[in-house]
Write a protein that binds this ligand. Structure first.
Ligand SMILES: Nc1ncnc2c1ncn2[C@@H]1O[C@H](COP(=O)(O)OP(=O)(O)OP(=O)(O)O)[C@@H](O)[C@H]1O
Length: 261
């Protein structure tokens, strides 16, 4: 039997409650437990989170607080032990691995600290790779606008090694945007960049939410980076401990400092 996205249309009801079709991402009562050394670790405990469309959300918290686990579950890379995760109204937490892969390819973009571009492909082919993997046609008008948006129109035929770190990260952002995803997950996207280049990349992510109504969820340790987001959730011991609305970097640094003492 072939799988198609048509079969994975948005649902209105999930085992954990109603799915909100207007949310880009919705977690309801998500728990993730890992077995570890004969015992178990609760990496996420009863996490509920709704990320509206066109929001830029930062996720912070000290090491081990559950940020990566949250990102992996929210992006459909992993399934929760209990609770539900919906992306663009489709409950991914109850799909098979193959179905989740299809949803991810069509609806989720990823940006990583290390860019993860394929070194042997041109920038153009890197950007269109997710579309080709998904067997989707390349919408050239959309692609042109995305490439222009990230400022790489003159670099499409170059190889990744011929670009600066900031340019490579902008190519990775274009790749994440190419399929018109419900949400882009960015994991420490500026961790490898100098301050000015990091500022350019954060300004671009910020701009995507306003000009393209793109939802972005960014995990970061850096209060300066998180300050570019609309809101910041602070994780502690696998829970969302605080939600800060439009905090500035100084407020975030002070709040984060409290978790390290
Ligand atoms: N595969 C795994 N097996 C066992 N325990 C795990 C696994 N993955 C994560 N954990 C544990 O779950 C908890 C949350 O880990 P997670 O990686 O989500 O934290 P984090 O906030 O992303 O940390 P960091 O900032 O260091 O990346 C930690 O106690 C971690 O040791």
């Amino acid at each position: 039997m072939s799988l198609s996205l048509a079969r994975l249309r948005p649902q209105r009801q999930s085992a954990a409650g109603p799915v909100d079709p207007d949310a880009a991402v919705q977690l309801v009562d998500v728990t993730k437990t890992y077995r570890s050394g004969g015992g178990s670790v609760a990496a996420l405990s009863s996490v509920s989170l709704r990320v509206p469309r066109a929001k830029f959300l930062a996720v912070m918290g000290r090491s081990g607080s559950g940020k990566s686990t949250l990102l992996h579950c929210a992006a459909g890379l992993d399934v929760p032990t209990s609770g539900s995760v919906a992306i663009g109204g489709t409950e991914v937490s109850r799909l098979s691995e193959t179905e989740r892969t299809l949803v991810r390819r069509a609806r989720v973009g990823f940006v990583f600290q290390s860019y993860n571009l394929v070194p042997s492909l041109t920038i153009e082919h890197n950007i269109t790779l997710p579309l080709r993997l998904a067997g989707s046609p390349v919408d050239h008008a959309w692609l042109e606008s995305v490439v222009e948006h990230v400022g790489l129109s003159d670099h499409l035929q170059r190889m990744p090694s011929e670009l600066s770190g900031g340019q490579q990260q902008r190519a990775a952002i274009a790749r994440a945007l190419a399929a018109g995803p419900d949400v882009i997950f960015a994991d420490e996207p500026t961790g490898a960049l100098d301050l000015q280049t990091a500022t350019d990349v954060l300004s671009l992510l910020r701009d995507l939410t306003s000009s393209l109504s793109q939802t972005v969820v960014m995990v970061t340790h850096d209060p300066m980076a998180a300050a570019w987001a609309d809101d910041t959730v602070v994780m502690a011991d696998g829970r969302i401990d605080q939600v800060l609305r439009e905090p500035d970097a100084a407020t975030l640094a002070a709040v984060l400092g409290g978790y390290h003492s």
